[in-house]
Ligand binder design. Structure first.
Ligand SMILES: Nc1ncnc2c1ncn2[C@@H]1O[C@H](COP(=O)(O)OP(=O)(O)OP(=O)(O)O)[C@@H](O)[C@H]1O
Length: 529
């Protein structure tokens, strides 16, 4: 069958220019009925721009869209939804204080019938859930749901509006392996019903596991679309970057004696945050310590307590040989603490501000230069240009506003900014989220080099391959408590995933017991490292 015959959604010769960049350059893409179609490409290649155009969030300068062969123009996402196109953003767009069912029906029901028919809505949500493995209790409040459950709500929301094409922006970036498997199952189930799935991903293994066809973008253009049967990881990388995937061999390390960060029996909490209890862990200079955990089990709270954002009720936090428990965020930063925040939009960046202004956030040394009589803007701009260069951030210059960077390039900038403060201790939450495979390898190299030079890193990552590959040892957060350390060499993603759900299956148990000979779970102090 020809593309024309089966095409449910088509972009034809789409071009879109932003100031200084041709983000989409004569891009054509066909999504067939009932296929899973992946879009891959380096950071800044133009993937999100194309998705925004397909969903009516942005308008092309040139080119046309067709739905089932008919030309359409989407002035708004509403028009796209009416034409059967739905999109799930990476940053979920749900109201935390409302129950699932209201989140799903708001907008859809009121538009159709002018009123909310709660029993009918709940029944329909349950039906969609059963059909596609998207189970979630319609009466639960969204704020209480896990990341995986929220994503299911977003997908249900799209299906509730009768979407024929569902677009997902890096849907697996926030999920742990078991949830990824579950999501891919749901996508296959949608395909079986003739619904088309278009998804962006940087994880080539998942792309090869799930997609029927794969479109590769590079520098605003489509390099090609390949059938799954003809695709390999190296072949895709070749198309994406014009070269082979970088290989980052792990290196043996020797942590130093000096302590970078030490928590002793820390308890902390705030009204809207899960409490942490009795958390003890040590990160030595020259060591990367992983802190694994499913969202909501306390790992983010541990990071926030160390940073000084979450009040500590009991216990102590030490940076080097200083007890910093009573100190504020700025003082801790002055002592050499840096942080790559989990949510770069809420805590990491001011999107409307220029990159040089973003460089100043939390940089006590450079801020000092601004407070003095002679504002050294030049030094700040030079430092910004240095981060852009060293971390290969695709941006026109230091004056570019942060929102004009692609997601992966924003992440690289935040990473580089924090490293540029030359910290002694780094809190790294999902440090490579959204960056392409080449950039990930580069950021890993930066982290390992800094570690070898004596940096102490406490790492949280939803990417368990990354957590295991980078960490020397790993702790596991579960229900607000932390156990470990476990040598990373004894872990596989599956085993670690089991420990994160509180399951102590045979393999995982063996790994933990091996580590426990030296350290009682819950205490990091006993292993004499
Ligand atoms: N609102 C905007 N203003 C100016 N430039 C923009 C804007 N949005 C995107 N760009 C630029 O367009 C190009 C393509 O960005 P896009 O977000 O589509 O890339 P991407 O392939 O999705 O990248 P990533 O993998 O990092 O998410 C980039 O150079 C980016 O800086």
């Amino acid at each position: 069958m020809t593309d024309q015959a089966t095409a449910v959604l088509q972009a034809l010769h789409i071009s879109k220019r932003y100031p200084g960049v041709l983000a989409n350059d004569d891009v054509s893409l066909t999504v067939r009925a009932g296929e899973i179609h992946a879009i891959v490409g380096e950071n800044g290649a133009g993937k999100s721009t194309l998705m925004k155009i397909l969903y009516g969030e942005d308008r092309p300068d040139r080119g046309t869209l067709r739905v089932a062969g008919r030309e359409v123009r989407f002035a708004t996402p509403r028009a796209a939804i009416a034409a059967g196109i739905g999109l799930v953003h990476q940053h979920f767009m749900l109201a935390d204080n409302l129950p699932v069912w209201e989140n799903v029906v708001i907008g859809a029901e009121t538009r159709r019938r002018g009123l909310l028919d709660r029993p009918a809505a709940r029944a329909r949500i349950a039906g969609i859930g059963r059909s596609h493995g998207l189970t979630v209790d319609p009466d639960r409040t969204v704020g209480d749901l896990s990341v995986g459950e929220r994503q299911r709500v977003e997908i249900i929301k799209v299906l509730y509006r009768d979407a024929r094409v569902i677009i997902l922006d890096e849907p697996t970036a926030v999920l742990v392996p078991a949830e990824v498997d579950r999501l891919l199952e749901s996508l296959r189930s949608l395909r079986a019903r003739g619904i088309s799935v278009l998804f962006i991903s940087h994880r080539l293994d998942e792309v090869l596991a799930a997609a029927d066809r794969i479109t590769v973008m590079r520098a605003g253009r489509v390099v090609g679309t390949v059938d799954r049967a003809d695709a390999t990881k190296d072949g895709l990388a070749e198309m994406m970057v014009g070269g082979r995937l970088p290989d980052v061999p792990p290196r043996a390390t020797r942590p130093r004696e000096a302590v970078g960060l030490r928590l002793r029996e820390v308890a902390a909490g705030a009204p809207d945050r899960p409490p942490i209890e009795d958390v003890s862990l040590t990160v030595r200079a020259g060591e990367i310590v992983g802190l694994a955990g499913i969202e909501g089990n306390g790992q983010n709270e541990v990071l926030d307590a160390v940073l000084g954002l979450l009040p500590v009720r009991a216990g102590t936090i030490g940076l080097g040989d200083r007890d910093v428990t009573p100190l504020g965020v700025a003082e801790r930063r002055r002592l050499g603490l840096a942080s790559i925040a989990a949510d770069r939009h809420r805590h990491g960046m001011l999107l409307r501000a220029a990159l040089w202004e973003n460089l100043l956030l939390g940089n006590e040394r450079l801020r000092g230069s601004l407070r003095s009589w002679r504002i050294d803007r030049r030094a700040v701009r030079d430092a910004t240009a240095e981060v852009i260069r060293e971390y290969a951030v695709k941006a026109p210059g230091a004056g570019t506003p942060a929102y004009a960077l692609s997601g992966g390039n924003q992440q690289k900038f935040v990473f580089g900014r924090e490293m540029s403060t030359r910290p002694k201790v780094l809190l790294a939450a999902h440090p490579t989220r959204g960056v392409d495979v080449g950039a990930q390898a580069q950021l890993w190299r930066h982290l390992r080099d800094a570690r070898d030079d004596g940096l102490a890193v406490l790492l949280v990552s939803a990417d368990l391959d990354e957590l295991i590959a980078l960490s020397d040892t790993v702790y596991v957060a579960f229900s607000g408590r932390v156990s470990g350390p476990i040598p990373a060499g004894r872990l596989t993603p599956r085993r670690l995933g089991a420990l994160m759900t509180g399951r102590d299956d045979a393999e995982a148990g063996a790994a933990e017991r091996g580590a426990s000979k030296r350290a009682r779970p819950g205490s990091a102090e006993g292993d004499g490292r």
